[in-house]
Design a protein around this ligand. Structure first.
Ligand code: NDP
Length: 257
């Protein structure tokens, strides 16, 4: 098992990509703390982790709130005594809109969750990782960070910001054997797409989207991202830091005849 006796915090682990990563890590021997605003879904994910024979916690946490984040990390340290892995997957996706029409408070909200949330979680775990001289930070950014979709300037800015943080933290933390890397997912079928996909038309939407826009002809699954996350969270990637990996079935390569 690649993560035997490791302890991971997974933000946004209640559902979607974070849940896929949590279940994959549990299969590999890891104890998991789910930190998410959705408590009911967090408990369901936790139940699956416990069923696999692993330990875990489900913690109500808004990653954009520093007090919430501190309390969350304190609970993990009280139970497990350490944090080996932090996966920053919590994120929100606003509806596409022209820059002229994006409300200022929507900009603030997207940046607070998607960018400041990553900062706060890293800030809270890094002292514990430094103490052990070991840590693996895996950020879930987006293909939008390097290949923006247009009309999502706040989302794109937040995800490009995560990439910038990755490079900076990787440099600072390398002497402590703490690696910091980022995954850029392509389109992944989760409830994240709720404000774009017409209700009841999910199958048609995702099939068509995959065929038209993804070189591998399909949208991805949380499990597709979990494989890359496992690589970056395990010692398979012990000498890899400050990197990003596209996991997008060939995106963001441009696909045209
Ligand atoms: P989901 O919406 O399925 O899951 C995200 C989880 O994070 C939800 O439970 C969500 O709750 C939670 N969350 C939102 N805000 C906060 C917060 N402030 N504090 C704690 N938890 C929060 O999304 P995905 O799993 O699809 O996305 C995960 C990450 O991957 C995101 O960062 C997203 O930007 C990124 N990504 C996703 C892609 C995709 O195609 N799905 C593509 C590229 C990147 P709630 O539902 O209540 O908001």
């Amino acid at each position: 098992m690649l993560l035997k006796d490791r302890v991971a915090i997974i933000t946004g682990g209640a559902r979607g990509i974070g849940r896929g990563i949590a279940l994959k890590f549990a299969d590999e021997g890891c104890s998991i703390a789910i930190a998410d605003v959705r408590m009911a879904e967090s408990k369901k994910t936790l139940a699956k982790i416990l069923k696999k024979g692993r330990e875990g916690l489900a913690i109500q946490c808004d990653v954009a709130d520093s007090l919430n984040v501190h309390n969350m990390v304190d609970k993990v340290i009280s139970k497990f005594g350490k944090v080996d892995i932090l996966v920053n997957s919590a994120g929100i996706g606003p509806s596409p809109n022209s820059i002229a029409d994006i409300p200022e408070d929507e900009w603030d909200k997207v940046l607070a969750v998607n960018l400041k949330g990553v900062f706060l979680c890293c800030k809270a775990v890094v002292p514990h990782m430094k103490e052990k001289r070991y840590g693996k930070i895996v950020n879930i950014s987006s293909g939008a960070a390097i290949s923006p979709p247009a009309s999502l300037v706040h989302y794109t800015a937040s995800k490009a910001g995560v990439l910038g943080m990755t490079y900076d933290m990787a440099l600072e933390l390398a002497p402590f054997s703490i690696t910091v890397n980022t995954i850029l997912p392509g389109p992944i079928r989760t409830e994240f797409w709720g404000n774009v996909v017409p209700p009841g038309k999910e199958d048609e939407f995702f099939t068509d989207f995959g065929k038209r826009l993804v070189p591998m002809q399909r949208v991805g699954t949380p499990e597709d991202i979990a494989g890359a996350a496992l690589f970056l969270a395990s010692d398979l990637s012990v000498f890899v830091t400050g990197e990003y990996i596209n996991v997008g079935g060939g995106q963001p390569l441009h696909y045209q005849f």
